[in-house]
Ligand binder design. Sequence first.
Ligand code: AHR
Length: 562
Amino acid sequence: MRLPEAPTKAISLGARGFRHGRSKQWFQGPPGGRQRYQRPSTMKTRVASALLCACITAFKPLSAQAPRPRSAVTHIVVDADQGRDTISRHIYGQFAEHLGRGIYDGVWTREGSGAWHLRDDVIAALRRIQVPNVRWPGGCFADYYHWRDGIGPAARRPRMVNTIWGNVVEDNSFGTDEYIELVVRIGAEPFVVGNVGTGSPREMAEWWEYINHPGGSSIADERKANGHAAPYNVRRIGVGNESWGCGGAMRPEFYADQYRRFAEFLRPFNDSTRPFRIATGPNVDDYNWTDVVMREAGRMIDGLDLHYYTVVGPWAHKGSATQFSEREWFLAAKGALRMNELVTRHAAIMDKYDPRKRVALIVGEWGMWHDVEPGTNPGFLYQQNTLRDALVAAITLDIFNNHADRVRGANIAQMVNVLQSMILTRGPQMLLTPTYHVFDFYTVHHDALLLPITIENAGYYVLGADSIPAVSATVSRDQRGVVHVTMSNVDPTQPRTIVAELRGVSATSAAGRILTAPAINSYNSFEQPDVVHPVAFTAARVANGKLTITLPAKSVIVLELR
Ligand code: AHR
């Protein structure tokens, strides 16, 4: 999709690209390794920004006093006969870290029997959205984690303090074998992240042997003794996490060498265990990181892991997940749209070293990061999830889909009870968030052929002096030949009429579902778990090769063309 640039002046998004310190350090500013986020822009980045602004202002700016336009018509052209790239289902990956109640309470519980076990309700819900992979055990936790602590009889596993996330005692009852059981039951593939920060190449290689060697070696036989005769055939492995920050505060030159050293010892035992090695990628717009790591280690990398969170306010006051103004709604959408620029520019650098696009860009952490819910442990990152989060998810997933040639994996942070979750739990209760429903809608795109679209007039959502494109979309054809459309209107005040010219599609009708809600901050609570839920969508017509949709304000739809 060619997204139109927003015809606006740049506005401050607060510290949206800035990242965080840890535990108590959130309130005191970032630790040493985080300084890089807060440095003033270098000359190079200023020049880049200036060029970008020049591009942006080349489009006709809307008047600062412009009245809100009445509902406009958005024209889209779908070139269904020009599909080339498959939308990897791995774009819909999840992330489960040993953080707060993400694992313990989230997927691993003592409810009922008193013994630790996986939660059937959460697993059933995750199966419904066809989760393709789950990234684990972190996040920052990965570079503290020693896999041997999490195998064998639970009573003999060491207890450690999770110093990075809330200083709670981690009993290691959820380790490698439990994680594999979880992903198997969800129907997902594993994606493990190895420890570079406090680990060694030997430790990572032995983990690889534990999970993947068929048997006969002492380490593989240890897995058998733990009740798992068959190897797990894991392919995806991250070589460290955020090695520029919590994973070791490394410079890209140093990390590239470390990556080469660690990755060298991840050997295949057979074709099912050929490693798909994922390098720590850039923090937001650190284009130098991408350049250096691709230049020095690109030939040994299968995936490069970009991290970007949408944060509305400055880091110390990111803002409430549920109590926000229309301006904060707007800024969230604008922050989500920034992903398009990040992916485009990182991909362009990757093209320099990898013109055939062998290396995947994996957006291994993304999503909205708000202030924690009042009264909860600040180290647990527990936040509510409103219709705003759902729109951010839809916009972001459309960007990934429309960059399917290079973006071949992504992991929203995080799966349950942490940041922008699919699911929240309270004791034995569970609820589905608005974001869950967007992931449900978008299952139609998993491994489907991306059909190129051109949005000729996205219909701008104007707020004060600023504006952004209101409409975002993906169109794909699945393996049965069925064409699906997902589309959102982020403008909370105006409906949009969409007229899509369908080139190369023969359809006579369209039907689907819509997600919207009474207010921009509507959300599902344990008291009212169904405030934001999908319903049938009937305002779409196909006639004379054109699809006409009346897209309500603040809504996401999925349609099947018949
Ligand atoms: O998702 C929370 C944290 O954000 C992860 O642990 C880390 O990788 C990132 O900075």
